[in-house]
Design a binder for this molecule. Structure first.
Ligand code: PGA
Length: 255
């Protein structure tokens, strides 16, 4: 019922020229795959170019972050309406690198998610425990807090329409993927909480992506889990062939 979504988080990689070349190649490589939503998240500087190159294709563009204010004296920040006008349809919020390196709290993630929705963007809200939290047995409590506080004040409809990315921090960029059983367990827990807090319809509609060292050779196993609706991919999204492989392995051929 939920269309799989494969999203590439490029982080601080790719210039405008590299972005245009990537999206141009990607268009052809994923043309024949039906029923998978495809999203790329370039740096802010390349959002507009990516959106232009993706025009009239099924490739969507995401911003990697945004600020919650509409405009003002906030040097270095970019507003939701600005990325929307540049052509983004999605915005990643609360990525673990933002939380760890830039001090983003759940309250900040919440403001960003609300602001993204207010501008007509689909937030991709990232959550996930660190290795220490997992080893202390706190994984589920951490996920609960991140969901509860990160999605505070959102309506059931808004939660149903957004994307959650479960990214165990210990699996990001480490080559150490969660097993499909570990991902399945976390995703089932997240969906259970969404059902409790936002109702069955929101929980059934909300797409929950797995992120953390996803590669073409492990995507099939991960996506076979009932509650894994796709992937948020860092490293393996930078090479267009590897990213296109992830898309084709998540869908079926177009008829
Ligand atoms: P990775 O990154 O695929 O390189 O582990 C995932 C992410 O940070 O979203």
């Amino acid at each position: 019922m939920r269309t799989p979504l494969i999203a590439g988080n490029w982080k601080m990689f790719k210039t405008v020229a590299e972005t245009v070349a990537f999206v141009t190649d990607l268009r052809d490589l994923v043309k024949a795959t039906a029923s998978v939503d495809v999203v790329v998240a370039p740096p802010f500087t390349a959002v507009h170019a990516a959106a232009n190159a993706a025009r009239q294709t099924k490739i969507g563009v995401a911003a990697q972050d945004l600020y919650w204010e509409k405009e003002g004296a906030f040097t270095g920040e970019v507003s939701p309406a600005m990325v929307k006008e540049a052509g983004a349809a999605y915005a990643i919020v609360g990525h673990s690198e933002r939380r760890r390196l830039f001090g983003e709290s759940d309250a900040i993630v919440n403001r960003k998610a609300l602001a993204a929705i207010g501008a007509g963007l689909t937030p991709i809200v990232c959550i996930g425990e660190t290795l220490e939290e997992r080893e202390r047995g706190e994984m589920l409590a951490v996920l609960d807090r991140q969901i509860k506080d990160g999605l505070d004040q959102l309506s059931a409809d808004q939660v149903g329409a957004l994307v959650v990315a479960y990214e165990p921090v210990w699996a990001i960029g480490t080559g150490r993927t969660a097993t499909s059983a570990q991902a399945g367990e976390a995703h089932a827990h997240i969906r259970k909480r969404l059902r409790q807090w936002f109702g069955g319809d929101a929980a059934d509609r909300c797409r929950i992506l797995y992120g953390g060292s996803v590669k073409p050779d492990n995507i099939r196993e991960l996506i076979a889990e009932e509650d894994v609706d796709g992937a948020l991919v860092g490293g393996a999204s930078l090479d267009v062939r590897s990213f296109a492989d992830l898309v084709t392995r998540s869908g079926r051929p177009a008829v």
